[in-house]
Design a protein around this ligand. Structure first.
Ligand code: ADP
Length: 629
């Protein structure tokens, strides 16, 4: 029989398994049992709409048997089974699992082994403990069974075989023990049963096995005999069905790490039992850290959906709004009409009601965390704040009520994170606007010349350091009736009437100078004006209109940036600065050359302060040298 080769990615994964770089070998059993349980879920689901299945809920089970002399461990299920094509496709390739993406994107080496653990290593885990694996399977609806066999990396074969009933039987030939690794324990019923309890207790179908026990021998004093009993090893009660007050934090955490292959600790566990028109149980987790692909388009949001303890979907996306796509968990409801297809289920009214209830619950829990566990919330914010902002932005503010109060920004006064409410409540009476500055980092923003006058008045500034921030501010427009204002925008409302008048007079008396400067900077700035924002600095660059300088930078960094809108820049001068006096003196003395040179220098300085590059660095350098000689 011709040997088939594994697909490249699978081979790499397989090598990793065979060489057991992944130290946590014992999880192989969990993986095989979870595949068996999935296969049963699929057939059970079918049985609800297809009379041909002829099995009822109680008939489904997973059997484990051990043949110690021949070193065989067998795991059988009466689930949906696999056709010849499915055996080839599913076991010759790492299907759609995360591992595939991962190994396609990275060279796997020892370093990455931890990351591999995050996906569930799947069927190939069998090769960590077995040197030969046989999969005998008969698909639902098929007469013919097939047997898939492999001894590892050199490929696999598939042949026709006999199997009486529908389902899959996986036989592992357990490796010989070595000095480093004890494989013999996988041939002991007590260690297998403890692994089942450890990793697969909540599997909702019975996992049965012959267990050896001993009892006093009848009729003879002090003698014992062993006997075997076919037993169900797992408790089958899923964690979410149990009572909250009987569950320890450790149990919640264990479920989280095993079910979702998570390496972090959840920041919050939400265990909810709802009764009423729609009853359901939900066990939700707010993770501490974002998945490695969370902020990429490969990420799939969703909650596992069960109906009366039977899994319908691994990731039901409709149960989670985008803003809370980081939540992991399980929802179980008896009220879902199962006699419809999975596609139809997504339109289900009950499902929509549950989704809405979960959304509210998650929001409430986050608000509660923000209020009572600030430090934890800030951890959460570090991982998922960006998602909340994206969601708010892409809903065009539609999610405002949902999310506005969950936002955090760094404030200038103490470099701490604050909510909009906290900022608003700390505003002095005289402050007209909520001020913000947008840029690369809080450290740089703290040094912006235009922040000085604002801070001097005792007003705080929110530092926006993420690309989406300023766009978000434009959409939100205001908070609790106070408009947002960029300190790099136009009027900041800082001046008194008297100061305004003074500025107007000075502007009028320097009208020609400003016109001349504007001519020098034609095409670069749309206006040259006296500033009300500056104190110790001579100059700054601000913008008018919808696009700010920071937004221009963000837009420029996007693909197809050629037609991106530009900021309308304004050069603002500090009329009280000696540099301004020097400029005005040069101009009134008729020294246009010098005035031009100063203008360009000031313009370029302002660009540098804004984090923009100098347009002609050589000319800039020459101009400075000329001044120094
Ligand atoms: P994953 O479970 O992440 O998809 P696996 O490598 O564990 O990856 O399994 C690959 C596929 O093989 C499964 O998705 C499933 O379709 C099929 N499969 C594995 N074990 C069984 C089984 N016992 N019965 C039916 N199909 C199975």
């Amino acid at each position: 029989m011709a040997k088939k080769q594994f697909k490249t990615e699978s081979k790499r994964m397989l090598d990793l398994m065979i060489n057991s770089i992944y130290t946590n070998q014992e999880i192989f059993l969990r993986e095989l049992i979870s595949n068996a349980s999935d296969a049963i879920d699929k057939l059970y689901f079918k049985s609800l709409t297809d009379d041909g299945v002829q099995l009822s809920r109680e008939d489904f089970k997973i059997e484990i048997s051990i043949d110690k002399p021949n070193r065989l461990l067998k795991i059988s299920d009466n689930g949906i089974g696999m056709t010849e094509e499915e055996l080839d496709k599913n076991l010759g390739t790492i299907a759609k699992s995360g591992s595939l993406q991962f190994s396609a994107e990275h060279e796997t080496d020892e370093h990455d082994v931890d990351i591999i653990g995050q996906f569930g290593v799947g069927f190939y885990a069998a090769f960590m403990v077995a040197d030969h694996v046989e999969v005998l399977s008969r698909a639902y609806g098929a007469e013919q069974a097939y047997c898939w066999q492999s001894s590892g990396a050199d490929g696999y074969t598939i042949r026709e075989a006999e199997k009486e009933s529908v389902g899959t039987e996986i036989t592992l030939h357990i490796k010989e023990s070595t000095e480093e690794a004890d494989f013999d324990r996988y041939l002991e019923s007590y260690s297998i049963s403890s692994l089942v309890k450890k990793y697969s207790d909540y599997i909702r179908f019975p996992i049965q096995m012959d267990m050896e026990h001993s009892r006093p021998k009848e009729g003879s004093e002090g003698e014992y005999e062993t006997y075997t009993e076919h037993e169900t090893i797992n408790s089958m009660v899923p964690l979410w069905k149990r009572n909250k007050n009987e569950i320890t934090p450790e149990e919640y955490e264990k479920f989280y790490s095993e079910k979702f292959f998570a390496y972090d600790k959840p920041l919050r566990v939400i265990h909810q039992k709802a009764e009423g028109t729609t009853s359901y149980q939900a066990l939700l987790y707010i993770p501490e850290k974002a998945d490695y692909n969370y902020y990429s388009k490969n990420f799939e949001k969703g909650l596992a959906l069960y109906s009366s303890g039977v899994k319908i979907m691994d990731k039901c996306a409709d149960l989670l709004p985008d803003c809370f796509s980081f939540v992991k968990g399980v929802v179980d409801s008896e009220d879902l009409s199962l006699n419809i297809s999975r596609e139809m289920l997504q339109q289900d009214r009950q499902l929509k009601i549950i989704a809405r209830a979960l959304e509210k619950k998650i929001k409430k829990e986050l608000e509660d965390m923000l209020e009572k566990e600030r430090e934890t919330y800030e951890k959460f914010w570090k991982s998922f704040g960006l998602q909340l902002k994206y969601a708010l932005y892409s809903s065009f503010g539609g999610e405002r009520d949902m999310l506005e109060n969950l936002l955090l920004f760094t404030r200038a006064s103490d470099s701490k994170l604050c909510t909009l409410r906290e900022y608003r409540d700390a505003m002095p009476e005289s402050q007209k606007y909520i001020y913000y500055a947008a840029g690369e980092s809080a450290q740089k923003l703290a040094l912006l010349p235009q922040s000085e006058a604002v801070r001097d008045k005792g007003y705080d500034i929110l530092f926006l350091t993420e690309d989406v921030d300023e766009f978000l501010m434009q959409i939100l427009h205001a908070f609790d009736e106070k408009e947002f204002r960029s300190i790099s925008g136009g009027d900041l409302g800082l001046e008194s009437d008297e100061e305004k008048k003074e500025k107007e007079e000075k502007t009028a008396s320097n009208k020609e100078l400003f016109a001349f400067m504007q001519e020098c900077l034609a095409g670069k700035v749309s206006e040259v004006v006296l500033s009300a924002k500056l104190k110790s600095h001579p100059v700054c660059l601000t913008s008018k209109g919808a696009v700010s300088i920071e937004m221009e930078k963000v837009l420029d960094a996007m693909p197809n940036a050629q037609n991106a809108p530009k900021a309308e820049k304004v050069l603002e001068l500090n009329g009280a600065h000696p540099v301004f006096n020097a400029l005005a003196a040069a101009f009134s003395a008729g020294d246009t050359e010098k005035t031009k040179q100063y203008t360009e220098l000031l313009y370029n300085q302002a660009r540098l302060i804004e984090g923009l590059s100098v347009e002609d660095p050589v000319a800039f350098s020459n101009a400075i040298c000329a001044l120094m000689q």
